[in-house]
Design a protein around this ligand. Structure first.
Ligand code: AHG
Ligand code: MN
Ligand code: MN
Length: 315
């Protein structure tokens, strides 16, 4: 076999890739622990009961909804990692302190199962994770040291950034994450749009933005899952996702800590942008764990255009 052919069979795994990123060992360990936990989440999603929380199975044992189960799987792993102080999850009301503040510890905010309402119709879903150095989770998203998501689709993939490019890994037959795309970058503008929320509740500026996208020939791609919708935009390098302010929900639906900040970190590091219509998502100071913001996220020029329409409206 030629040397080149031998090389092409070599799969760079997640841990080796992380080691090349010039980051501290604790952060490498943390990201690898999350990747390990995801294997159990996948198993739960693939084989678990589709029961709702609070109901019982055949043996009278309480069944857990998959989002609650995924939350427990991830939390347990984070607690045992030994490198995490504070944990916030979409499934918990309060911050969980895994250990007292100390050097080289990290705090993690996550959405354990995003798109959980799509489980019963077998569409793609994911896990979204945001990581800060230290114990403060109420910082602007720009201060994240890492962000990642896991996509549970026909294949399982992971996309991460520690602020040095955005990289995709696919799970192989041995359930290892191996590098599939390095330094993903987005085009300035694109031909896909993913509009969340009821259109009849859009404000006139968002309506104008949608008409602009339709006029320029953008194709509608909306699955109802933030992770697969964003993964399509990021990996194709083109498009924009929005979950705008609605007439009856001025802050939209998506959560800053668990959904928007990690996704905005990844998109910005791939050359795209994310805005709430007034300012970059990554500059918004979180006010509470459940803080929501409207969002326009994707190609830089498309987001700039959205902000332009919205600034006319906001005066
Ligand atoms: P979650 O399942 O964690 O509550 O989040 C679902 C989110 C997101 O995945 C998606 O983009 C959005 O909700 C879809 O909302 P609509 O059904 O209102 O479009
Ligand atoms: Mn979610
Ligand atoms: Mn969720």
């Amino acid at each position: 076999m030629s040397r080149e052919a031998g090389k092409s069979r070599f799969q760079l795994d997640l841990r080796r890739h992380l080691r090349s990123q010039n980051i501290c060992d604790n952060l490498i360990h943390l990201i690898c622990e999350i990747a390990e936990a995801s294997k159990y989440v996948i198993n739960a999603v693939r084989t678990g009961d589709l029961g709702v929380a609070g109901t019982s199975n055949l043996y009278g044992e309480e069944q857990l909804a998959l989002d609650v189960l995924s939350d427990r799987i991830l939390r347990k792993r984070l607690i045992h990692s030994g490198v995490v102080c504070n944990i916030a999850s979409e499934e918990m009301d309060d911050i969980y302190q895994a250990q007292l503040p100390g050097p080289d510890l990290y705090s993690v905010a996550y959405d354990p199962l995003d798109g959980s309402s799509l489980v019963d119709v077998n569409l793609s879903i994911g896990t979204i994770v945001s990581i800060y150095k230290g114990c403060d989770l109420f910082q602007e998203g720009r201060k994240q040291v890492a962000a990642l998501y896991l996509l549970y689709g026909p294949r399982v993939s992971m996309v991460y950034s520690v602020g040095n490019g955005v990289h995709e890994f696919n799970m192989n037959s041995l359930m290892e994450y191996t590098l599939s795309r390095e330094n993903i970058s987005m085009l300035p503008s694109g031909g896909i749009y993913s509009p969340g929320g009821l259109r009849k509740k859009y404000t006139p500026a968002t309506e104008k933005f949608v008409s602009y996208l339709e006029t320029k020939g953008s194709r509608l791609r909306y699955s109802g899952g933030f992770v697969p919708d964003m993964n399509q935009i990021l990996l194709k390098g083109k498009g924009v996702f929005m979950y705008p302010a609605l007439t009856d929900a001025p802050k939209g639906k998506l959560r800053l800590l668990y959904e928007l900040n990690p996704m905005a970190f990844l998109i910005e590091h791939a050359g795209g942008a994310a805005s709430n219509g007034k300012m970059p998502i990554l500059d918004v100071k979180p006010e509470c764990l459940d803080h929501r913001e409207p969002v326009y996220i994707g190609c830089f020029e498309d987001v700039r255009k959205a902000v332009e329409f919205l600034s006319e409206e906001n005066g």
